[in-house]
Design a protein around this ligand. Structure first.
Ligand SMILES: [Zn+2]
Length: 342
C-alpha cells in the first residue's frame, strides 16, 4: 500500500514536492474498500478491519464482540463506536497506515509522541509503543556515552524546552523509568523560569505544559541539589587540577581560564561579572569555545591535553550523581530506574 501523497495522479496540477509535505486530513482515512467504520464522537474513519486487527489485540477483540448488526451499518459496512476524540484516533490510525512518519531519532513534536504512546498503550499496538519508547531513550539516555551523542546532529536539533517536561510526565504515567533521570535533568537544566515550572510552559503549539505536583516537587528539589553538585564538583575539579603537575606548569594561565569557566561574562546586566547560576554540568557544546580560550591563553599542549582528560573524568563523576539528585539511580537493566532506598 502506498501513501496517497506519494502517488500523484497524471491530472494533478500540484507539484509532487508540495503534495509530499501536505499533511493527511481525516478524509484521507476514508478508504472506499474499508471494511469497518470507526466512529468517534466528532469524526468517522472507514478503515480495514484486517489491518487494525493485525496490529492491535484490542481492535481484534473489539471487532469480534461488535459483530455487525443491521442497524449499525453504513453502506453495508459495520460501524463501531469508540470514545477517543477524533484527533487521537486519527493520529493512531495514521501511524498504523503510514508508520514511516513515526521513526525514532527524527523530529516529532513531543505532544504527538505522548499522545501516540497513550493510544498505543491503550490499544496494545506494540510496534508503535516500542518505536516511540526507543525515540525517548535516544533523547533521554541512561549512559554518558549516549548523552554526549544527543549534543551532535541530528539529535541536538530535536529537543526543545518543554520536551523534558512532557517526557517526565510520560515516563511516570506510562512506566518508562529509564528516561526519567535525564528528562528531569534536562527540565532542570533548560532555562525555564520558576514561574514557568510552577504555572506551566507553552510548547511550540502554544499548549500549556505543566508537571503534576509530585513531579514538580521532584524537579525543584533535584534542581536545588544540582546547584550544590555543580558548586561542589566545579571547585573540586579546579582545586585538584591546580594541584596537579600540569596545573603547576601553566598555573597562572589556568587561573585565567577557570575565571572564564565559572563566570558568565556574556550577561550584560551584570557588567560582565556574574557567576553562572544554571545547572549545566556536562556541556560538550562549549568545547569549541574552550579550545579557543585554551589556545588564546597560551596554555601548552601537554597541559591542555591533560585538562580535557580531567574534564572528561569529571563528567563521569557527575553522571553518577545526577539521578541521585532526584532520588533515583541509573537503571541496572533494561526498563529499570529505581528510587534510591535510604
Ligand atoms: Zn603547561
Amino acid at each position: 500500500m502506498s501513501e496517497p501523497s506519494d502517488a500523484p495522479q497524471a491530472n494533478d496540477t500540484v507539484a509532487p514536492e508540495t503534495l509530499s509535505v501536505s499533511p493527511l486530513s481525516y478524509k484521507d482515512l476514508w478508504f472506499d474498500d474499508g471494511s469497518i467504520i470507526l466512529q468517534s464522537p466528532t469524526a468517522s474513519f472507514r478503515v480495514h478491519r484486517s489491518i487494525l486487527s493485525f496490529h492491535s489485540q484490542v481492535f481484534r477483540d473489539m471487532f469480534v464482540v461488535s459483530a455487525p448488526v443491521e442497524d449499525a451499518m453504513v453502506d453495508g459496512v459495520p460501524v463501531v463506536h469508540v470514545q477517543d476524540d477524533a484527533e487521537s484516533l486519527f493520529q493512531l490510525l495514521k501511524a498504523l497506515y503510514f508508520p514511516r512518519h513515526i521513526r525514532k531519532g527524527t523530529a516529532m513534536e513531543m505532544s504527538l509522541v505522548v499522545l501516540l504512546i497513550e493510544m498505543a498503550t491503550k490499544y496494545m499496538v506494540d510496534f508503535l509503543r516500542d518505536e516511540l519508547v526507543s525515540h525517548l531513550r535516544l533523547l533521554f539516555p541512561s549512559t554518558l556515552e549516549d548523552y554526549l551523542k544527543t549534543w551532535e546532529a541530528p539529535l541536538k536539533d530535536i529537543c526543545c524546552k518543554t520536551d523534558g517536561l512532557y517526557a517526565v510526565e510520560v515516563a511516570v504515567k506510562f512506566g518508562i523509568p529509564e528516561i526519567l533521570p535525564m528528562a528531569l535533568y534536562e527540565s532542570a537544566r533548560l532555562e525555564s523560569t520558576l514561574e514557568e515550572l510552577l504555572y506551566g510552559t507553552r510548547d511550540v503549539d502554544d499548549t500549556l505544559v505543566q508537571l503534576s505536583s509530585a513531579n514538580l516537587k521532584t524537579l525543584l528539589l533535584g534542581q536545588h541539589r544540582l546547584h550544590g553538585l555543580k558548586r561542589r564538583l566545579s571547585f573540586k575539579f579546579i582545586r585538584e587540577y591546580l594541584a596537579g603537575e600540569a596545573g603547576m606548569h601553566c598555573q597562572q594561565k589556568f587561573g585565567d581560564l577557570f575565571v572564564h569557566l565559572l563566570v558568565d561574562d556574556t550577561d550584560e546586566d551584570s557588567n560582565g561579572v556574574c557567576f553562572e547560576d544554571d545547572v549545566d554540568l556536562i556541556v560538550p557544546k562549549r568545547r569549541n569555545a574552550r579550545h579557543n580560550l585554551v589556545s588564546a591563553l597560551g596554555i601548552c599542549d601537554t597541559c591542555s591535553d591533560e585538562f580535557w582528560q580531567a574534564e572528561k573524568a569529571s563528567w563521569e563523576t557527575v553522571w553518577e550523581e545526577i539521578p541521585k539528585c532526584f532520588g533515583l539511580e541509573w537503571p541496572t537493566g533494561p526498563g529499570q530506574a529505581v528510587p534510591v532506598s535510604n
